[in-house]
Design a protein around this ligand. Structure first.
Ligand SMILES: [Zn+2]
Length: 114
């Protein structure tokens, strides 16, 4: 997380994307769900592209990092429902950004979780 902050502050997009993806990988490994880990691994390049696209649109990843910190804080506090809320918010924000990228008119539509 310290490395991630340093990369963002240095404006290093490549490293920000790599470390953001790494955070997601570590989190899913910590979750210990092998099947889920394999499923997510199969879409890893898509996630990477999504993070890159969102970062280019939104600028350096301060927001993403803050959201990662919220997720970790909730896990450390032993609060799984808060962790889930923060994680869903993180993914929904990304999704909204990507929708706006594709269709600027969708900027004011509400992100809906599947
Ligand atoms: Zn992330």
């Amino acid at each position: 997380m310290t490395q991630h902050r340093a990369a963002i502050e240095a404006g290093d997009l490549e490293r920000h994307v790599a470390l953001d993806v790494e955070f997601h990988v570590l989190l899913r490994e910590a979750a210990g769900n092998q099947l889920l880990a394999e499923m997510l691994d199969s879409i890893r390049s898509v996630v990477q592209l999504a993070i890159r696209t969102a970062s280019l649109r939104m600028g350096p990843g301060h927001l993403a990092l803050a959201e990662h910190e919220d997720i970790v804080a909730a896990i450390q506090a032993g609060d799984p429902s808060a962790a889930e809320t923060h994680a869903r918010h993180h993914i929904a924000g990304m999704r909204q950004t990507l929708h706006e990228q594709i269709d600027p008119d969708a900027a004011h539509s509400t992100a809906v979780l599947a």
